[in-house]
Ligand binder design. Structure first.
Ligand code: NAD
Ligand code: MG
Length: 383
């Protein structure tokens, strides 16, 4: 039995991971589940999967859950509870499906005790990929991508000793593909949340609408695959069938294709290096007989260019980009700012930040994050 700990089990990826694991119950076992505040859903998951540990963020929520499931598992809370769930001695694989940089400290805790990680939580690679990847190498453990584009690149590179010359990350373009800035001034939260191809958590849905999601993925790819920024290209591919591609020095291109279903990428990471059957829908080439590819529109969707700017600047700039984006997306979801204020605030934060200390540490990343969130909050009123 491969024993799995799921951080963020009540979210979109967390729930889909449990669907995958339900099908794999002969070979895989869930030993820990963590969530922010959804007590009822976590209780339901505990009753169904019977882990050894369940974790909620707030102590009182954890006490409430404990009352309900104390005959099944231990209950813990807070950042220490999450770190504990990530580093449990019996765990064989940690699936990190937390949203935002909140997943950083548990990721480090898992790596420090040599646990491999299936990572959906792209924000932690954006801020701390420079620390996480060498730490994983030093502990001789794998970081297995769950994000569909990175899973695609990982699969295309499998068995190749040489790095690719370039990679192409595909992007659906989100719900506002083809729109101009003036057409996006009054975008409502509900419109931004309705993605054409994928059903996802709120934060990544807004990131997809601004195209910051692709920007974060460029930075994620830089660290996962050790590539220079200029080797990472983005193509708008509205059908979301080609999940990404690699090109080698000899001009040969390999692509990974599949139905737009995150459970495929999740299962790949969970069962790696094996492949196991599943009941999910197969790709029908005749149904999807038109595949198109275009350059991204960075004029009307400036977030992608902001991400390249932060990546080129290096140091703590990707953290500032990510934290300003987390704060701005939250403010947009709470109807405090407009859709186009999101890139404007991130742009201002990147320009205002002065990275005096380019030497990264977890502490310095958390400080830069806190600076950017405070900066963004101060600018919401004037946005
Ligand atoms: P979500 O909002 O649906 O779920 C997030 C999970 O994290 C929940 O279980 C929540 O309880 C937990 N969580 C949130 N804030 C927390 C905090 N401060 N401390 C502890 N736990 C916290 O998000 P999602 O859509 O599942 O996305 C998760 C991650 O996967 C994101 O980084 C996202 O970019 C990435 N991702 C998602 C998809 C997708 O299809 N949803 C695809 C690719 C990558
Ligand atoms: Mg993706």
């Amino acid at each position: 039995m491969k024993k799995i700990s799921i951080l963020g089990s009540t979210g979109s990826i967390g729930r889909q991971s449990l669907e995958v694991l339900e099908n794999l119950s002969n070979t895989h076992q869930v030993v820990a589940l963590t969530a922010f505040s959804n007590i009822d859903l976590l209780e339901e998951q505990v009753r169904k999967f019977r882990p050894n540990l369940a974790v909620l963020w707030d102590e009182n929520d954890a006490l409430e859950l404990e009352k309900r499931v104390c005959n099944i598992c231990k209950v813990d809370f807070g950042i220490n509870g999450m770190k504990y769930a990530a580093a449990l001695s019996e765990v064989d694989l940690v699936l990190n499906s937390v949203v935002g940089n909140a997943g950083l400290l548990p990721t480090i805790a898992a790596l420090e005790v040599g646990k491999p990680i299936a990572i959906a939580n792209k924000e932690v690679l954006v801020t701390a990929g420079e620390i996480i990847m060498p730490l994983a190498r030093s502990k001789n453990v794998e970081i297995l991508p769950v994000d569909s584009e990175h899973s695609a690149i990982f699969q295309c590179l499998s068995g190749h000793v040489q790095l690719p010359d370039k990679i192409y990350l595909t992007a659906s373009g989100g719900p506002f593909r083809g729109k101009t800035k003036p057409e996006m001034v009054d975008i409502a939260v509900e419109q931004a949340l309705s993605h054409p191809n994928w059903s996802m958590g709120q934060k990544i849905s807004i990131d997809s609408a601004t195209m910051m999601n692709k920007g974060l993925e460029v930075i994620e790819a830089r660290w996962l695959f050790n590539l220079a920024p200029k080797q990472i290209h983005v193509l708008v591919h509205p059908q979301s069938i080609v999940h990404s591609m690699v090109e080698f020095v000899d001009g040969q291109v390999l692509a990974q294709l599949g139905a737009p279903d995150m459970r495929l990428a999740i299962q790949h990471a969970i069962t790696y290096p094996n492949r196991l059957p599943n009941p999910f829908k197969r790709l029908n080439f005749v149904e999807h007989n038109t595949l198109t590819f275009n350059q991204p529109d960075t004029e009307n969707f400036p977030c992608l260019a902001l991400a390249y700017r932060a990546l080129e600047a290096g140091g703590h700039y990707p953290t500032v980009l990510n934290a300003a984006n987390e704060a701005a997306v939250d403010a947009f979801l709470n109807r405090k700012i407009g859709f186009l204020d999101i890139p404007a605030i991130i742009d201002r934060a990147l320009s205002a930040y002065n990275d005096e200390n380019k030497q990264l540490s977890i502490e310095s990343i958390l400080m830069a994050e806190s600076w950017a969130k405070t900066f963004a909050a101060r600018h919401f009123k004037g946005a």
